[in-house]
Design a protein around this ligand. Structure first.
Ligand code: KIV
Length: 271
C-alpha cells in the first residue's frame, strides 16, 4: 500500500477489526504492477507477493529456487500499483530458516527495497526465533502453516496436511506460538476444514485459508489459478472465476492471423 493518497488503506489493525466483526478477508497473489493495479482497484484487502511466482511467473516445479532478489523485484512492482490493499511479501526458501539474524536482514531488505507492509514466513516453532527477531524490528509478520510448499522435499507430495492427530496437534500448537510471538495473521494451506475452523476460532488474529474450508476468517488463491491462466492446475479447493487463458489464446491467434494476412495494421492504425 502506498502512503500519501486519500484512500483509506488496509492495515494489520483493520484486518483484526474485520475478524472481530465477522467480515471475511479477501486476499490474492500478484507479482507485477499491472495486475496489482487492477486487483487493488477491484477492492482486494490483501495482496500477497507469493513465492508461487517461482511456479507461475518463472516456470519452476517448486518454490525452492526463488531468491530474495527475485522477491524484491516482484514486490517493488506490486507496491507501485497499490493504493489501498495491504501488501505482504514472502521470504523465500533459505533466507530465514537457519539464523534469526539472516532472517531479520532478509526482512529488512524486503521492507526497504519494496516498501511493502509486511512479510510472510512458512513454519511454526522451529522458526519462532526468526519471527520474534523480525517483529522486534517493527516488521509485521504473517505466518503460514499446513502445506508449506518450501518444505516440499520433506513432504514429498502436495497432498492435504495434518490429517493425522499428531500433525494436527503440532499445527494447533504452532498456530498459538505464532500468535503469541506477535504475528498479525496466519495462512493455513490445504488442511482439513474442521481443523482450520478450530484454529480460527481459538486464535484472535485473522486466519486466511487456501484449501482449508470456509470456517476461517478469509481466503487466498493464486491469481493465475483463479483466472484460469494456468489451465492444468485444478485441485479440489480451486474455484475458477474466469478462463483468461482461453481469452488470451483466442486473442493471440487472431493477432497472428491478422499479421499474416496483412489485415493488421489497417489505414487508421498507422501514421
Ligand atoms: O506463495 C504463495 O502464493 C502462497 C499462497 C499459496 C498462500 O504462499
Amino acid at each position: 500500500m502506498s502512503t500519501g493518497s486519500t484512500v483509506r488503506a488496509v492495515t494489520t489493525h483493520r484486518l483484526l477489526e474485520m475478524k472481530q466483526r465477522g467480515e471475511k478477508i479477501a486476499m490474492l497473489t500478484a507479482y507485477d504492477y499491472s495486475m496489482a493495479r487492477i486487483l487493488d482497484a477491484a477492492g482486494i484487502d490483501v495482496i500477497l507477493v507469493g513465492d508461487s511466482a517461482a511456479n507461475v511467473m518463472a516456470g519452476h516445479e517448486t518454490t525452492v529456487p526463488m531468491t530474495l532478489d527475485n522477491m524484491i523485484y516482484h514486490g517493488r512492482a506490486v507496491v507501485r500499483g497499490v493504493k489501498r490493499a495491504l501488501v505482504v511479501v514472502d521470504l523465500p526458501f533459505g533466507t530465514y530458516q537457519g539464523d534469526s539474524k539472516q532472517a531479520l536482514s532478509s526482512a529488512i531488505r524486503i521492507m526497504k527495497e519494496t516498501e511493502a507492509d509486511s512479510v510472510k514466513l512458512e513454519g511454526g516453532v522451529e522458526i519462532i526465533e526468526s519471527v520474534e527477531r523480525i517483529l522486534c524490528a517493527g516488521i509485521p509478520v504473517m505466518g503460514h502453516l499446513g502445506l508449506t510448499p518450501q518444505s516440499i522435499h520433506k513432504f514429498g507430495t502436495y497432498t492435504v496436511r495434518a490429517k493425522e492427530e499428531a500433525e494436527a496437534a503440532k499445527l494447533i500448537a504452532d498456530a498459538h506460538a505464532l500468535q503469541e510471538a506477535g504475528c498479525f495473521a496466519l495462512v493455513l494451506e490445504k488442511i482439513p476444514a474442521t481443523l482450520a475452523a478450530r484454529v480460527a476460532s481459538e486464535l484472535t488474529i485473522p486466519v486466511i485459508g487456501i484449501g482449508a474450508g470456509g470456517g476461517v476468517d478469509g481466503q487466498v488463491l493464486v491469481i493465475h489459478d483463479m483466472l484460469g491462466i494456468n489451465q492444468e492446475f485444478s485441485p479440489r479447493f480451486l474455484r475458477r472465476y474466469a478462463s483468461v487463458g482461453e481469452v488470451m489464446d483466442a486473442a493471440f491467434r487472431n493477432y497472428i492471423d491478422d499479421v499474416k494476412s496483412g489485415d493488421f495494421p489497417n489505414e487508421k492504425e498507422q501514421y
